[in-house]
Structures are given as C-alpha cells and as structure tokens.
Ligand binder design. Structure first.
Ligand SMILES: [Zn+2]
Length: 217
C-alpha cells in the first residue's frame, strides 16, 4: 500500500507526509526496518562548483575546528538532541564533493549506504546533515521513500512497548522547531553561508564573514 492510500484510510490523517514522518520516527527508533536498505537518495547541488570545492577544501583544514564543534556548544543542544553532528558535516560535504567531481555533476544519485558511511555508518545521522546543508541553501535532496517497504523489527511487540521515547520525541520536536525558525531567519537574511552553517552547529561567530562564499563575494 502506498503512503497516500494509507493516509486516506486513517481517520484524522491529513496527508501522506504524516505517514512519512511516522515512518521516520519509527525507523530512527529501530522499531521498523526498511526492506530496501540499499535504496538511493538524490542530491542536487544549488551551490556552484566553485563553492562546493571551496567549502569541501575548507573542511579538510578544519580538523581542529570541527573537533571543537563536536564537543558541543554550551547548553544549546540539550542531552539527547539528535540534530546533525558537527563532526559529520565536513565528511559528508567532502564525500558529496568527491562523488560529484567537485560539484561539476549537478545531480547525484547515491546509495544510502555510501552516504551513511560518510556520517559514521548511520543514515539517520547523514540525513540530518543533508537537511542542514539543504537549509543552508547549498543543495536540495530527497530519498526515495515512496518505493521502499517497511517491516516491523519485532512483529509480535505490542504498540505500547515500541522502543520509542515519546517524551523525548516531544521535547526534541520543540527544540528542532525553535532551531528551524532560527535557521530560517539566517537563511533569509542573506548573510555568509559558512557562518550560517557553523552557527547551525552551535558556534557563534558574531558578525564574522568568510569572504569566500557567494554571499560574501
Ligand atoms: Zn561567507
């Protein structure tokens, strides 16, 4: 059954997007398993090849910096937050740059497995990084959820015992919504893209500008 048809049959469900959200929550909690773990995701660059190459190259020289970011900003990301990991940002960016010949190939179809490897093995982590890069206006991406199938990991488990931490989910949702609104403000203010990305990961650079991105140039 497709998510759209499923949504039609469930009272109170407004669209198939809610089905996708639910599937995402359940698979993040490892309550359900995607039967097509090898399926693809599609990435389209918005950044120019020059920007892609510059950002990826910059990441390589930023080991110390990303290490510092990875330790987490003070108080901004609460415990249990599942926002993108700072340490995943540059490896994913560098992987995308490599796979696209430095941004020359504008549209990429990538196996989720490969993208997951860049983010330390988990596609859930890679997805959050892709979302951050998308919000930064560097790329657009989607995965092919429509063609996948999901099965419960433990078919006999009652719903009340699903390994989903509902309270944490609710507080995470609030946190991510606040974060999203803040990111939207940055995205529309037209400031430096690199500062904006770092800011997403909790590092405050004040009015610093990198001088290299399209917004700064
Ligand atoms: Zn800049």
């Amino acid at each position: 059954m497709t998510p759209a048809r499923f949504a039609d049959r469930v009272a109170g469900m407004k669209s198939d997007r809610e089905v996708y959200s639910a599937l995402r929550i359940l698979s993040d909690a490892e309550a359900i398993e995607d039967t097509r773990t090898r399926r693809d995701c599609v990435v389209r660059w918005i950044a120019s090849p020059e920007q892609v190459q510059e950002l990826a190259a910059d990441g390589n020289g930023r080991e110390a910096h990303t290490g510092r970011l990875a330790r987490g900003p003070e108080g901004q990301l609460g415990e249990g937050s599942t926002l993108a990991e700072p340490s995943h940002l540059w490896p994913v960016l560098a992987g995308l740059a490599r796979a696209s010949a430095g941004g020359e190939r504008r549209l990429l179809r990538l196996s989720r497995r490969e993208v997951a490897r860049w983010a330390g093995g988990s596609f859930a982590a890679a997805r959050r990084t892709l979302d951050a890069l998308q919000l930064a206006g560097l790329l657009g991406w989607r995965d092919d959820g429509e063609r996948s199938g999901y099965v419960p990991v433990q078919p006999d488990l009652p719903i009340s015992e699903l390994p989903v931490d509902w309270e944490r989910l609710a507080s995470r949702r609030g946190l991510e919504l606040r974060k999203l609104r803040r990111m939207e403000r940055y995205a529309y203010q037209g400031g430096c893209r690199r500062r904006y990305l770092l800011r997403y990961f909790g590092e405050d650079f004040g009015r610093w500008r990198c001088g290299g991105c399209d917004r700064c140039a």
